[in-house]
Ligand binder design. Structure first.
Ligand code: PEP
Length: 252
């Protein structure tokens, strides 16, 4: 059975003290009321080691929001997958649309990052999704398929076991506009069929595919009820314990 997962993406929010406080409060809330799914928080690099000390790793997983496409060396300001892993983190988000759009991360760069993350024992939450014009011109499936092909299709079936997919229509991220549960299900089913074609039915059945894009406590239950939706990648609503827990509780 594939895992149900709710993952938070803090983005570039919260200073270290506020991040630690949020992690602590979330840990307290989920210790008192155990989740029915895997929970992961992905934080800025500088928060990772401190947050790792505040959370029970049996209840909350920890991830970075990015890692470098080089393993080590003279790359000022970069943070390697090995460094991420050494903080106690187990996950890394790669391919987020903000990284693709603002930092020119191409499928080839993402392929390098994925290889390094996997080689260092991290699980990758790999984001894919179309922009508004692509959806309006009916190209969303083509776009998502080419994002999968461009960065993941050289992996072995064994390596692919450490990939979690997040379908995030770019027009729904941070906009308050959510994909309908039907739109999410249609795309998730398409993604699963593309994975089956490439990696086989077992890999397709086992891969968790998360929905991301203005997910809130008020819409999570309806979206997560769809057969091919295995949870969510949550931005804004991951910054408040009550909202994030409200989404986690959609699995109850
Ligand atoms: C995200 O950035 O991954 C995301 C889903 O953001 P939001 O929930 O704020 O739309």
């Amino acid at each position: 059975m594939r895992k149900k997962i709710v993952a938070g993406n803090w983005k570039m929010n919260l200073n270290l003290q506020d991040g630690i406080a949020l992690a602590k409060d979330l840990n307290t809330a989920l210790t008192a009321d155990k989740p029915n799914c895997d929970v992961v928080i992905c934080t800025p690099f500088i928060h990772l080691a401190s947050v790792a000390n505040e959370i029970d790793s049996n209840i909350i997983g920890l991830g970075a929001e990015n890692c470098a496409d080089k393993s080590s060396g003279a790359y000022t300001g970069e943070v390697s997958a090995e460094m991420v892993k050494s903080t106690g983190a187990q996950y890394v988000i790669l391919g987020h649309s903000e990284r693709r759009a603002y930092y020119n991360e191409t499928p080839e760069i993402l392929k390098e990052k994925i290889n390094l993350a996997l080689a260092n024992g991290l699980k990758v939450i790999f984001c894919i999704g179309e922009v508004l014009e692509e959806r309006e011109s009916g190209k969303q499936s083509e776009v998502v398929k080419s994002q999968l092909e461009g960065s993941l299709f050289d992996l072995s079936v064994e390596e692919f076991k450490n990939i979690i997919l997040a379908y995030e229509p770019v027009w729904a991220i941070g906009t308050g506009k959510t994909a309908s549960a039907e739109q999410a299900e249609e795309m998730h089913a398409f993604i699963r069929s593309a994975i089956a074609e490439k990696f086989g039915n077992e890999a397709a059945e086992n891969v968790s595919i998360l929905y991301g894009g203005s997910c809130k406590p008020s819409n999570a239950k309806e979206i997560f009820a769809k057969a091919n939706v295995d949870g969510g990648l949550i931005g804004g609503a991951a910054l408040k314990v009550a909202d994030f827990k409200g989404i986690i509780d959609a699995w109850k």
